[in-house]
Design a binder for this molecule. Structure first.
Ligand code: ADP
Length: 410
């Protein structure tokens, strides 16, 4: 099958076309500045990137342009849009309604819309993207893959906030967790690398990118994760504060004489390692600055690693043990120094990091020594491939169900 994978933001749309048999990416790209002016990037496999300006007043035009580019007689990878067997959409917040990926029919879209309050910045643009695709490709099945779904196996004791219980009942306030598609993909791949069944191992996945989260996966099921009602909770991130005393928010607003909205802008966009260092949210810049003697950049890196260490330690306790710790995403895959620093404090678990760690940038590799009791891996995440696989599985099931119904004359 040829699957179009779409990840829609408020002014952007990332896309990939994947051949599900070979799992090769046939083409990928990005629409930016939707609703402003519009820039399209397109890269067919093995060829150079093309980038040009094109009017995108709304997501519909962005989808149309992507499809036009994919079927371009000169450098397209499809002869017609009919070659697209299904579209897989990255959805952010599925609340408690979606514990797995699902076919996006009108009823499901209505339910997602009802969850908009939980993710006012993320869910509405995703829905706009799905609806634009449905209008242009009305007969192509669409599947939604939710960032929150994998974490739905958490027990109430892990997801409940210690607030008046009625807020959970009335407003669905609880820990949901995000990056679930990545945590699931990486945990499954780790089991494969260890030659074990997911049911038989305890894994801690450290998804360390600009947004960062950790999850504890016991027997293939998520039992804890660091992000909460929104992606703001948990680790120190590129520009997000992660865990802070909630009183800080009121205190900043009061002292700086700014509104709640402005305060949250600071907590989301001007905090994290950027806030501590005053240098950058990018770890490459921070490492360079720290090496050149910048103390605040060094502090930001230290604080980041300290928090990752703290979460891993607590998740070992939550699972009563661990078989593998895995690093993924931009920092996890590319920053050997961060991995080594975090693992320093787990010698008590019998973890020894192999010097091979220093040379691993984005490759799949075990970075603990062969006799290390707990294994440590770098596993590159691939959320698009995970979305493609789910889409194929759901569409195939649907085809089988429809065929059986026809055969039975229902
Ligand atoms: P997101 O998807 O949340 O935007 P990514 O997973 O793409 O984030 O990670 C981006 C981050 O990865 C960058 O901000 C940077 O901090 C880090 N990163 C990327 N490459 C390197 C590298 N070679 N060394 C250190 N950090 C890196």
């Amino acid at each position: 099958m040829k699957i179009l994978v779409i990840n829609c933001g408020s002014s952007s749309l990332k896309y990939q076309v994947i051949d599900s048999e070979t799992e090769h990416v046939l083409a990928k790209g990005l629409c930016e500045r939707i609703g402003i002016d519009g820039v399209l990037t397109y890269q067919p496999a093995g060829q150079d990137k093309i980038k040009y300006e094109a009017a995108m007043p709304a997501h519909r035009q962005a989808v149309e342009l992507v499809l036009k580019q994919l079927t371009d007689p000169e450098n397209g990878v499809l002869t017609s849009i009919d070659e697209i067997d299904a579209v897989g959409h990255r959805m952010v917040h599925g609340g408690e309604k979606f514990a797995c990926s699902t076919l996006l029919n009108d009823e499901v879209l209505q339910t997602v819309e009802e969850l908009n309050d939980l993710a006012p910045l993320h869910n509405p643009p995703t829905l706009v993207g799905v609806r634009a695709c449905k209008e242009i490709l009305p007969d192509t099945p669409m599947v939604g893959v939710f960032d929150t779904a994998f974490h739905q196996t958490m027990e109430p004791k892990a997801f409940i906030y210690a607030l008046p219980y009625e807020y959970y009942e009335k407003y669905a306030m609880r820990r949901y967790g995000f990056h679930g598609t990545s945590h699931r993909f990486v945990a499954q791949r780790t089991a494969e690398l260890m030659g074990k069944k997911p049911e038989d191992i305890k894994v801690i996945v450290c998804h360390l990118g600009n947004g960062a989260s950790i999850s504890a996966v016991n027997g293939g099921k998520c039992v804890e994760t660091s992000m909460g009602l929104t992606p703001l909770e948990g680790l120190i991130m590129g520009t997000r504060s992660g865990d802070i005393d909630p009183t800080c928010i009121e205190y900043i607003a009061h002292k700086e004489n700014i509104s709640m909205e402005e305060t949250f802008e600071i907590i989301n966009k001007k905090s994290g390692v950027l806030g501590i260092s005053g240098v950058s949210s990018d770890f490459r810049d921070l490492e360079e600055a720290a090496n050149n003697g910048n103390k605040r950049a060094a502090l930001a890196l230290d604080a980041f690693c300290h928090h990752v260490t703290k979460y891993i330690g607590s998740y070992v306790a939550v699972m009563n043990g661990v078989d593998a710790i895995v690093f993924t995403a931009g920092i996890g895959e590319n920053a050997p120094g961060v991995r080594a620093q975090v693992m320093e404090n787990f010698k008590y678990l019998g973890i020894e990091i192999d010097p091979v760690n220093d040379s691993i940038h984005g490759d799949e590799q075990m970075i603990s020594t062969a006799d290390s009791k707990v294994k440590v891996f770098v596993v590159p995440t691939n959320e698009e491939l995970a979305i493609c696989r789910d889409t194929v599985e759901i569409v195939t099931k649907e085809i089988v169900t429809e065929t059986v119904k026809k055969v039975l004359g229902k």
